[in-house]
Design a protein around this ligand. Structure first.
Ligand SMILES: [Zn+2]
Length: 164
């Protein structure tokens, strides 16, 4: 792999790093064992996430298992993961586009009923079902998830290291 930002012709320096994955729109996702390629000349860093769909699916499932209410940012992440625009999501869940936007940006609080609506809407679209959302909510058995640490286990797969 060569740098596309400068004239450096040397192969980039490869290393394994821990990366705060803010690119996904969440502030609390830490990726452990990510491959980084750094250019010695200009300092540009290229991160290899492997299969992005897979990674985002892992995060989405974890968010559904979160014990506390989802945050606006998490709701936005889930909506985008399903590939919906604000307008499409508005039609889907029967909420005003503006109202959804205010919740996502944090201007309006996330209510319990809105949290549930989003979770069930997302859950019907995610293939991976080794959890039961009804049991989890009724038994309050979700996971504390203020911080999501994922460890790369190869082949583009991730597993939860720690949720605190
Ligand atoms: Zn460079």
């Amino acid at each position: 792999m060569k740098c596309s930002m400068c004239e450096n012709n040397k192969t980039l320096k490869k290393s394994t790093i821990t990366y705060k994955y803010k690119d996904c729109g969440l502030d609390n996702v830490i990726l452990i064992g990510v491959t980084s390629y750094r250019c010695d000349k200009c300092g540009e860093e290229y991160i290899s996430f492997g299969n992005l769909e897979n990674l985002h699916n892992t995060i989405a499932v974890l968010l559904l298992k979160k014990r506390d209410l989802l945050t606006g940012k998490e709701i936005r992440f889930l909506r985008k993961h399903l590939g919906y625009s604000g307008a499409m999501f508005s039609r889907l869940i029967g909420y005003g586009h503006e109202a959804i936007s205010r919740i996502e940006t944090g201007a309006n609080p996330v209510t319990e009923s809105f949290d549930r609506l989003v979770r069930f809407t997302v859950a019907t679209k995610l293939p991976d079902r080794e959890y039961d959302l009804h049991d989890q909510i009724l038994n309050n058995s979700g996971t504390k998830m203020n911080r999501i640490e994922l460890t790369s286990i190869g082949h583009g797969n991730w597993k939860l290291k720690k949720a605190a």
